[in-house]
Design a protein around this ligand. Structure first.
Ligand SMILES: [Zn+2]
Length: 334
């Protein structure tokens, strides 16, 4: 018996000894790179101290025009997990992962989300939707295919055929949370319980924000629902909450509006069919400022579009981004 106990003891010690470094690694934070501030915030909130996070495109910066540098390449080279929006949002990503020799996993946060197709820049929906915006049973899935250009014009060449800004619909953020939590859990199964608990709490928060926005915007009169912004960052938001966003630049902050697009927008504005214009936190404000001066449309403030604010600003988390945009829009449109 003594011998057997001794052998058992040896076996356990050996196992313990061998497992020790593995266990240490199993609890180590996941080295994650998130492509831009909004994703970085979700990763931080889901990952807690189970992630060692680097964000490439920071607060108030424009991911469309991002030009990765040497530090970004080093961050990606050292990462286990790269979390990207997908749907062509990060047109520079493949170039970056190639240059960095990245061999880890890429989590696409929009995986499984049914994307919207792009609308043309300055698409003003010439036909009015009398049936729309009539309240609770407003059909947000109303078929706009006739208005869309799924073939993508010359300005859309590096953006794919889908609108990537799905993070502007609080309901779709639930899908982002699931994808990020699953990616983190797969990278570090030993920390999966924490990831999953934080993800569940976060999903409850965004479901509540979604309901709150639907109720708040539902009270706006139909003729106060058209809004002008710099680029097409808010099509998902508009579909979810019943607003009609018209943009000057279309798909990307990099695109130049055509004279024809500008003319359509100016005509609309002069006809009093635009409730207010909004700047974006990460976009050059001059185009909207000029348009507002020319047409007399009121500028209702700046919306947080493709980036959060810094920690001292009004939208340092995705929850606060939704609440800030809601308050800014309603104050101007009511
Ligand atoms: Zn954008």
């Amino acid at each position: 018996m003594r011998l057997r106990q001794f052998i058992t003891f040896l076996a356990f010690s050996a196992a313990g000894f061998c497992l020790q470094p593995v266990l240490a690694t199993a609890q180590e934070p996941v080295r994650v790179v998130a492509t831009f501030s909004i994703l970085g915030d979700l990763v931080r909130q889901i990952g807690g101290d189970g992630v060692d996070l680097t964000v490439l495109v920071g607060p108030d910066q424009d991911a469309h025009g991002f030009d990765p540098g040497a530090a970004d390449q080093r961050a990606v080279a050292g990462a286990e997990l790269l979390i990207a929006n997908g749907l062509g949002f990060e047109s520079w990503l493949e170039r970056l992962t190639d240059a960095a020799g990245f061999e880890g996993r890429i989590v696409t946060a929009t995986a499984g989300i049914e994307p919207l197709a792009w609308t043309e820049a300055g698409d003003v929906h010439e036909h009015e939707h009398e049936h729309a915006h009539e309240g609770e049973d407003h059909d947000h899935d109303h078929d706009h295919d006739a208005d869309r250009a799924p073939g993508a014009g010359p300005d859309h060449h590096d953006h794919g055929e889908s609108d990537p800004h799905a993070f502007q619909d609080a309901r779709l953020v639930l899908g982002y949370i699931d994808n990020i939590a699953a990616g983190l859990a797969e990278a570090r199964p030993g920390l999966a319980a924490g990831f999953s608990a934080r993800a569940d709490a976060l999903k409850a928060e965004f479901a509540a924000i979604d309901a709150e926005l639907k109720a708040a915007f539902g009270e706006l009169p139909a003729e106060r629902r058209r809004v002008l912004t710099s680029h097409d960052a808010f099509a998902y938001f508009g579909r979810a909450y019943g607003l009609d966003f018209v943009s000057v630049q279309g798909a990307s902050t990099e695109a130049e509006p055509s004279a024809q697009d500008m003319k359509k927008i100016v005509e609309q504005a002069k006809a009093g069919r635009v409730g207010a214009a909004f700047l974006e936190n990460m976009t050059d404000p001059r185009l909207i400022e000029t348009l507002a001066a020319d047409t007399g449309i009121r500028i209702g403030g700046a919306l947080y579009a493709d980036a959060l604010s810094g920690p001292d600003g009004p939208a340092p988390t995705l929850q606060s981004l939704f609440r800030y945009n809601q308050a800014t829009l309603l104050e101007a449109l009511r």
